[in-house]
Design a binder for this molecule. Sequence first.
Ligand code: HMG
Ligand code: MG
Length: 310
Amino acid sequence: MRSPQREAATGLPQRVTIYEVGPRDGLQNEKTVVPAAVKAEFIQRLARAGLGTIETTSFVPPSWVPQLSDASEVLEILGDEGKGRQRPVLVPNERGFDRALDAGVGAVAIFGSATETFAQKNLNRSVAESVNMFSPVVKRARDEDMWVRAYVSMCFGDPWEGPVPIEQVVDVAEQLMDLGCDELSLGDTIGVGTTGHVARLLEALDARGIGTDRIAVHFHDTYGQALANTMEALRHGVAVVDASTGGLGGCPYAKSATGNLATEDLVWALDGAGVETGVELGQLVETSVWMAEQLGRPSPSRVVRALAGG
Ligand code: HMG
Ligand code: MG
């Protein structure tokens, strides 16, 4: 079968926005450094497959993430296709913001951590110091009329600290949203969350005034829970889901992190449930097969394997 039988599921939104992170979260963790022209083509193919929002790259020091050191070059190749509110880039600090501004981006994402250990490992800062680092970035982005997203990592568990109290996640989320961000993305960086945990966190955020209309979910699939967790979030009113074409992804500063929820797995589930995404699954699978050739390894996505093989 090339597509699932459509049978409407109850309790899901009519339409879901897929926030594609493959070019950034996917490629930041690959051993192979993909040339800028291939990255740009990847983004163009994703757009042609119907993905509206695509996170294109990161403006971090090349010493931290060498895989994305060509951020400006990728955006230069893309021209207007790499600009606008639907092409966000990761920016940790003012130096990164200056570079993003020079490249003409229209949307940025800051990325905080719910835990102190990961804040140190990923940002070389405490949680409080990293909020201070992000503050002028968000202010300047707002002054430029950019769209701003805030990620919080390690929302469902941390490889060094273990369980992460829900209130601790909510505290950090609130501090980041109070800077003036438009959207909050809840990161399960190491893919350990389960459905009840998702529900409790969304309820706790709602109780603090951060409703699902401003929330996106970002599940890595290490323990095979990403799709179940996503469906749970959708049933609670979330309508923006982060996913990575082909299931690429991970975080170089959290070794236990594997790929994100594969966009193809998500689209198969939503197509079957009668939820609109605007994405054409066949074209997406072709893109993953092409990207797997560039990377020299097969896609970990089950749907890609099933459709590409059959
Ligand atoms: P630091 O080393 O403390 O930085 O890193 P610094 O401010 O001391 O600067 C050191 C040098 O880097 C200086 O150069 C700066 O100018 C330069 P020097 O004077 O030595 O020649 N520099 C820069 N160059 C280019 N672009 C910049 C920049 N900033 C400084 N933006 C820093 C602190 C925050 C910069 C660093 O820790 C960092 O960038 N970390 C990001 C690591 C990263 O990208 N991780 C992966 C993304 S997060 C993720 O994947 C999780 C997520 O997917 C959600 C989830 O799954 O949970 C989003
Ligand atoms: Mg991630």
